[in-house]
Ligand binder design. Structure first.
Ligand code: NAP
Ligand code: MG
Length: 507
């Protein structure tokens, strides 16, 4: 493992890992059919450090023509060549090796994530990269366990005849994967892991804001020994490369993580060849603190539920419901936690919260804050942009908010929580479910019945009791309602990368 070194690059990035700097200084191309190539158009686009707004590097800009080439390579790799004839164990070993390589380069990846996305280096080190390593290892184990079933069938119109029926689970085929910028490496791992374990081939489009870790991962994929064309990586814009991938007739499944608005576009684009679609979309997740909770855990827990990754989490606990008799205590406590957070460039040691990912995201969050204040919300703490350089926003706790306000209804995707009191359990469940989303929820209580009752009543894909933002490769994650279709991670993810084939043999 390399250690972080304090050096300066030409781009003015101080204190980042030297291997990451070396990677950044190389030209950034597209990975198509096992080769690093320029975009067909010759175009490139800039990638920026969100703590300064300065350009880090230029990256080849893939568009429809490159997506066509990548899909062709993935198709060929799926239909012929070494990949489809590999044993499940060989496939599993390659995925495991990829996890090992990633772990070996942990510091480098943590630095790339931090400089590209803005997140604190310390978080990328303990969360983003290790979770991605673990995901690959978990999925490597599944490669040998993709089983069908034998089925005792009757066939009432064929009396006396005997049959042997069974199912096979086969890879769905060529998969187009489109991922966002909030956890660039981890989202790539969540998508690639199950697809590789089941034997699919892939075209991955990272987010335009954060393509660096996916490109470095592409190098490790080749180093691990995956056959050419199994994983193709095409950075580019959503409206061009992403849209072409989602609509492509030779893609069998589109797997998308991002906004609900673009999720809808993916569904429309997929209608042409009726490709399978899975979607992991937005959220406006309720986090409920009962008066009987251990407040010494619930208060920092509620703060971290929203402020982790600067609120740029699809499952951020952005609607905080607090039982009336402890409302003031909890709001003050969460506000005090918010004030303690050390905000600064992600790649500076000691930073606990970095900048938002882009100017677009900064403007979006600030405009939500303005809309909230206009509608009558008050900030217990925060509420403003920090400084003029970089995309920093104060960790913010809003009170006096109601369910008709935009700040309560819509996903802000920034460090902004709305705190609201409740006093009746039935009313609470209705409020918690008063959203078009259903991704995550938190419940803080010492009463075991209340905890399970709320777990049943809240319509969301994950319920955290006396904890929040706990993720594991073995635990399925995904949304009810407009938070998505399907699940990531766990064995549920594998089902969505396979087709079931029934085979019936007359004996
Ligand atoms: P987004 O536009 O949904 O981006 C997600 C991915 O989809 C990116 O790779 C994007 O490419 C791509 N994309 C965009 N338009 C596309 C299209 N027409 N066809 C195919 N792919 C397309 O999200 P965003 O603009 O980065 O962020 C906007 C909001 O989305 C955020 O404020 C937040 O509310 C939400 N969001 C949710 C999640 C989540 O995990 N659920 C993650 C990120 C954002 P480009 O980046 O190149 O445009
Ligand atoms: Mg976008």
């Amino acid at each position: 493992m390399t250690t972080a070194t304090a050096t300066k690059t030409g781009a003015g990035i101080s204190g980042i890992n030297s291997d990451a700097q070396k990677f950044i200084s190389k030209s950034k191309k597209l990975l198509i059919n096992g080769k690093w190539v320029d975009a067909s158009s010759g175009k490139t686009f800039g990638v920026y450090d969100p703590s300064t707004g300065k350009e880090i590097v230029q990256v080849a800009e893939g568009d429809k023509a490159d997506i066509d080439l990548a899909v062709k390579a993935a198709r060929k790799a799926f239909d012929s060549g070494p990949w489809p004839s590999m044993t499940p164990s060989e496939r599993g070993k390659l995925i495991w090796r990829l996890g090992d390589l990633l772990e070996k380069h942990l510091e480098e990846f943590a630095a790339l994530e931090s400089i590209d996305n803005g997140k604190p280096l310390a978080i990328a080190r303990v969360a983003d990269v290790p979770l991605a390593v673990d995901l690959f290892r978990y999925m490597a184990g599944w490669a040998t366990k993709i089983e069908g079933t034998t089925i005792p069938i009757t066939v009432p119109y064929a009396p006396g005849a005997r049959f042997h029926a069974y199912t096979r689970r086969e890879p769905v085929g060529v998969v187009g994967q489109i991922i966002p910028w909030n956890f660039p490496l981890l989202m790539a791992a969540w998508k690639l892991g199950p697809a590789l374990a089941t034997g699919c081939t892939i075209v991955l489009k990272p987010a335009e804001q954060t393509p660096l870790s996916a490109l470095r991962l592409g190098e490790l994929i080749m180093e691990a020994g995956f056959p050419e064309g199994v994983v193709n990586i095409v950075p580019g814009y959503g409206e061009t490369a992403g849209a072409a991938l989602a609509a492509h007739d030779d893609v069998d499944k589109a797997a998308f993580t991002g906004s609900t608005e673009v999720g809808r576009k993916i569904v429309h684009a997929a209608a042409g060849n009726l490709k399978k679609v899975t979607l992991e979309l937005g959220g406006k997740s309720p986090n409920v603190v009962f008066a009987d909770a251990d407040l010494s855990a619930a208060i920092p827990g509620a703060a971290s539920a929203i402020f982790f990754n600067h609120g740029q989490c699809c499952c951020a606990g952005s609607r905080l419901y607090i039982e009336k008799k402890v409302f003031d205590q909890v709001v003050e406590g969460v506000s005090a936690e918010a004030k303690k957070i050390k905000v600064g460039p992600g790649h500076e040691e000691g930073t606990q919260m970095g900048p938002l990912v882009s100017e677009e995201q900064l403007n979006r969050v600030v405009s939500y804050l303005e809309a909230g204040f206009e509608a009558g919300a008050r900030a217990m703490t925060g509420g403003c942009r920090i400084g003029e350089k970089g995309y920093f926003v104060e960790p913010t706790v809003l009170i006096d908010t109601t369910h008709d306000m935009k700040v309560v209804k819509e996903e802000i995707f920034g460090p902004v929580v709305t705190a609201m009191p409740f006093d009746d359990l039935d009313d609470l469940a209705a409020q918690a479910n008063d959203t078009v989303y259903g991704l995550g929820a938190g419940v803080w209580t010492r009463d075991i019945s209340k905890a399970h009752l709320m777990a049943e009543k809240i319509r969301a894909g994950t319920i955290w009791v006396n904890c929040y933002n706990i993720f594991d490769a073995a635990m399925p994650f995904g949304g009810f309602k407009q938070s998505g279709w399907g699940r990531e991670m766990g064995k549920q993810a594998l089902d969505l990368y396979t087709e079931t084939k029934a085979v019936c043999v007359a004996l």
